[in-house]
Design a protein around this ligand. Sequence first.
Ligand SMILES: [Zn+2]
Length: 375
Amino acid sequence: MRRRLEGTYEEVNAPQILDKSLWETSGHWGWYNENMFGVKSAHAMMNEEDEEADQRVFALKPMNCPGHVQIFKHGLRSYREMPVRLAEFGNVHRYEPSGALHGLMRVRGFTQDDAHVFCTEEQMRDECLRINDLILSVYKDFGFEEMSVLLSTRPEKRVGDDESWDNAEEIMMDVLKTIEEQSGGKIKTGINEGEGAFYGPKFEYTLKDAIGRTWQCGTTQVDFNLPERFGAFYIDSDSNKKQPVMIHRAICGSMERFLGILIENFAGHFPLWLAPQQVVVATITGDADAYAEEVVAKLKKAGLQAKVDTRNEKINYKVREHSLAKVPVIMVCGMREAEEGSVNIRRLGSKDQTSMSLEDAIASLVEEATPPDLR
Ligand SMILES: [Zn+2]
């Protein structure tokens, strides 16, 4: 399945289960098997002696990279198509001992906001800058102001020739300088000497939350290894086969962990555009039920996550309960509101109540509920 995304990435969906041989080619079966789930047909597993049964071993993907290389390799690629940018909200599984599991922060199945860019060496600088802009702008949209970018350089044990490393590191140093300059020194940058992966240098992005804790989230990883292992190539302008540079990038990293970080950062008080439940319409008396239902229908039609609370409980009890559940907006409706076509709004964390027409309330909430990048 492929879908052209608005912007520059093609959204793809690589298979969840892939033959073991692919993971042998990628090298994961060798150095990453402790974190991988092996899969077989249940029949074959229960009848290991049955030669008629399909005894092949597959793996549940722990990463999206090899699948994306396969997509890149589909058909002959020309330099004219480069860069090829494949993105996937990839569902990956990694075996972790049960003692290592921790809430949303460390789970065995998670979703990566993953992408792989295949480009020429000449395009690498632009691609790195573009990825950095995207990553830093996403963090900003989520309200993070303090962030740092570190460049991890070549380790002692590595693949790839020195010329490729020199070139990649030089470009990335330059990108790092650009990031710092463009942010007016707001984004801290630095170098982790010798901390790069054996297959290429990388950027690591760290966020500081509201109470000063730091979280490492995104990465931009240059890779000299995987394209070579899989024999990926494109045809250059002189009709020669050439190996592409592969750049892995994730913005939030694990979406589940990132959600955990957001919950910690906002202490549950999500801005309206992020809140899973944005509005609750609570009635004071049963007479206002029909009006409250009408209000909820209009809120939903405007794209807001709203629900009604017509329970036969005191209004203070309802307000308290929804406040504890951290619902950002509570609309209180009684007969007066029903007659006026108005709503009485209480915002989470404030004792004030504001009365306004339903139309005005919807218009201002819709604006507030629009994600920052769409405003
Ligand atoms: Zn990757």
